[in-house]
Design a protein around this ligand. Structure first.
Ligand code: GLA
Length: 729
């Protein structure tokens, strides 16, 4: 591992895990991108940068008609001095000009990885785990210094990039665009993948060929969103789950983002990612700096599974933080789908008692416990308990639930305000809004203006008081609408377009403060399900409610798509009732269990209404999950059959020492007289024998991986089967 600079050819050679990344300082200080991919020993560069006299690609140096930035592969390109492709950044000066010109000035190489001020980012626990390069570029005319940060991890094929802008000049500089990274690949023989979706059908996988011109995804919603996830990957046409090259890009950010891929006239591919420049500017006064969010870049030559496994391990161990990072997570029950807003203490205690008897470890009280919130029309912002429903307060309730042997958890939605709330009557200017315009509501609520320090301070104190008031072990932090009329009463006109990003900085500060004040509380994030399932939030809250859609069949796609980037331990997955509340589908309890236990397991239904038979089944599910929990939450995940491609889905988890595995298979619709189906396992040790727990059958790891397992032949829709394998000696 490491970062080397060769002064003879001015090349930087970064090695991360099994990869190389090569850049060269070219001519008068341009930073050229030469290579990223499988590791090479030395950066001798047989492929020298080649230039031809290209029509309509102008020349910054008039004495050389072959050289144009338009054909130079770059690390952080500007617009306006001969490159016509999309720039990575753009600034505006006080004279109105938007031209700038960055050249290499210096660099620093050091062990470890710096923190990014005010932003979530991957980290190291020991300096030796990573090395960092800072490339310092400058536009001398305007005193703008831009530092490109690259961190390479020793253990993984991971490079983390971000950019810092420092205004060292004497006039104000407006950032119009400040993306976090750019890479110019030398060809365009790729396909690309992203994870579009919607509420209740998040992160569906789309894969398509690159085309000449621009292809992009973005969010303008003030959140990373259900509609797109801040992730894209480039992959070769023959890349599949297990073989072939993939380049994954994941932005550690929870707000508006842009990920774009531009294929130019010479079939090179420009990939860039960062804060969405749409409706964004940032004023940098002399002496001020701006730090972009981080992009985590993963290379795999072992297909999509290889890429995902790297993201999973990195995000599970070097993005998520706190005591819960390495701890098995509790099996929870949430009352939302059981009661919605219609509950009182008696009902909650009945649910809790039944849940405790089943072996559930944590009871989560969802929306409706505060203010006068009998429906979604009021009370967000009024974070005090509703004694009509809970006469003994949160404390009384939590203690009672604790006495049943369960922990107690609570739902909050601290970024929102209801118009019908005491808080709004007192502070009508505390929400995002613009002067003299109506304030559009979503789910009857407005968004608190987290770009304001006073609002954030108020929320930190108010939520802290709630969390202090009772023995609370878990918090579900929700966020249920996107931003409109984005503006802040606390910012001057020239800074209004900073509001959305300032909101994210405020949110990160609030989350950081609250989670560090309450390190013993497990935080789960949520945004109408998986509307903010992104690496930014995972830095503060190590698990996320994957989707409001709890239907087992829908969840196959949602969890499979989510697994492209995010580990199973981060995915809240609950067994709910039938007919399912989102799609009205009736699926077997067994299948619902198998889908949910492929993630961070829980229940979300009225357990007092289970039949005796169901109760026994649920007890067994819970006992079984306790057996496989370590495997699912900390094992290596392999996708086997894709629900996006056919009628079946399968995946498996393998323990680190490959002594144990959990395999799950699902078939959606039953077919008459169907062909026989089988699938091959992955990731086992070919030299080990494995016993199938339950049947006692013993097979070699080689047999299971090369010959495969028969899928069940039972009839019936929405069927599932699982296997627990243990090394047999
Ligand atoms: C959101 C969440 C749900 C539930 C409701 C409560 O929709 O995703 O799980 O908490 O809010 O209002």
């Amino acid at each position: 591992m490491g970062i080397a600079f060769d002064p003879s050819n001015k090349a930087f050679h970064l090695q991360a895990g099994d990869t190389s990344y090569i850049m060269q300082i070219f001519r008068s200080g341009y930073v050229a991108h030469l290579y990223w991919g499988k590791k090479v020993q030395a950066a001798n560069m047989p492929r020298k940068l080649t230039f031809l006299d290209r029509a309509f690609s102008p020349n910054p140096d008039p004495s050389d008609r072959t050289f144009s930035l338009d054909t130079l592969p770059q690390e952080y390109p500007a617009y306006g001095n001969t490159d016509f492709r999309a720039p990575a950044y753009q600034v505006q000066l006080e004279n109105g000009s938007t031209i700038s010109d960055l050249r290499y000035r210096a660099h620093r190489i050091y062990k470890g990885k710096p923190r990014l001020k005010g932003l979530p980012a991957t980290y190291v626990e020991h300096e030796a785990e990573a090395e960092t390069l800072e490339l310092i570029l400058k536009d001398e005319l305007i005193g703008l210094q831009v530092t490109l940060l690259y961190t390479v991890y020793e253990k993984w094929n991971v490079i983390a990039r971000s950019v810092r802008f420092d205004n060292l000049g004497s006039e104000r500089i407006k950032l119009l665009r400040a993306l976090s990274m750019n890479i110019d690949f030398r060809d365009a023989d790729y396909e690309w993948i992203h994870l579009p979706g919607a509420w209740a059908r998040e992160r569906y996988i789309e894969r398509k060929a690159l085309q000449t011109g621009m292809q992009s995804i973005e969010s303008r919603r003030g959140a990373s969103s259900h509609q797109q996830n801040p992730f894209i990957a480039l992959l070769r046409k023959d890349t599949n789950e297990d073989a072939g090259e993939v380049y994954g890009f994941s932005l550690v950010y929870s707000g508006n983002f842009l990920a774009q891929i531009e294929v130019d006239q010479f079939h090179t591919t420009r990939v860039s990612l960062g804060i969405n420049p749409f409706d964004f500017t940032w004023l940098l006064a002399p002496g001020e700096s701006f730090q972009t969010p981080e992009v985590v870049m993963v290379y795999s030559d072992q297909g999509l599974n290889g890429m995902s496994q790297t993201f999973h391990e990195l995000y599970r161990t070097r993005l998520a933080r706190g005591v819960f990072r390495d701890r098995e997570r509790p099996i929870l029950i949430n009352n939302w789908e059981a009661t919605y807003f219609r509950f009182n203490e008696e009902k909650i205690l009945q649910l809790a008692k039944a849940a405790a008897e089943l072996g559930i470890e944590l009871f989560v009280l969802d929306d409706g416990w505060f203010g006068k919130r009998d429906n979604d029309k009021s009370s967000l912002g009024d974070w005090f308990v509703d004694r009509r429903k809970l006469p003994h307060g949160l404390k009384g309730l939590a203690q009672h639930i604790n006495s049943m042997g369960m922990q107690f958890g609570l739902w909050v939605e601290p970024e929102m305000i209801s118009v019908d709330s005491e808080l709004y009557r007192k502070h009508p200017d505390w929400c995002l809004h613009v002067p003299n315009r109506p304030r559009s509501e979503g789910r009857n609520q407005l968004v608190l203006d987290y770009s304001r320090q006073d609002v954030c301070d108020y929320i930190i104190e108010t939520i802290s008081n709630v969390l202090k008031s009772a023995p609370i072990s878990y918090v579900k932090w929700d966020m249920n609408r996107h931003m409109t009329e984005v503006g802040s009463a606390a910012l001057p006109p020239e800074r209004q377009r900073e509001t959305a990003h300032r909101y994210m900085l405020g949110l990160y500060r609030v989350m950081d403060e609250i989670t560090s004040r309450f390190p013993h509380i497990l935080f789960e994030s949520c945004s109408g399900g998986g509307g903010r399932f992104d690496p930014g939030i995972l830095y503060y809250m190590p698990q996320t409610w994957t989707s409001d859609n709890t239907d087992a069949v829908s969840r196959l796609k949602i969890q499979y798509g989510t697994s492209l980037v995010y580990p199973a331990i981060a995915m809240g997955a609950h067994v709910s009732t039938v007919p399912n509340h989102q799609v009205r589908r009736v699926t077997p309890l067994e299948t619902r269990g198998h889908v949910a236990m492929s993630g961070n397991f829980g229940y979300e239904l009225d357990v007092t209404k289970l039949s005796d038979k169901e109760r026994e089944q649920v007890k067994e599910q819970i006992a079984f999950y306790k057996q496989i929990r370590r495997l699912v939450q900390f094992g290596t995940f392999y996708r086997i059959l894709s629900p996006f491609e056919g009628n079946e889905a399968a995946w498996m988890f393998v323990s680190e020492d490959r002594s144990e595995a959990f395999v799950a298979y699902f078939r959606m619709l039953s077919e008459a007289n169907a062909p026989l189906s089988f699938f091959r396992l992955k990731g086992l040790d070919p030299n080990k024998n494995y016993e199938m727990i339950g049947s006692g059958e013993v097979y070699g790891g080689d047999e299971l991986m090369y010959i495969g397992l028969n899928a069940p032949t039972r009839r019936g829709d929405f069927l599932s089967a699982v296997w627990l394998l243990k090394e047999w000696r």
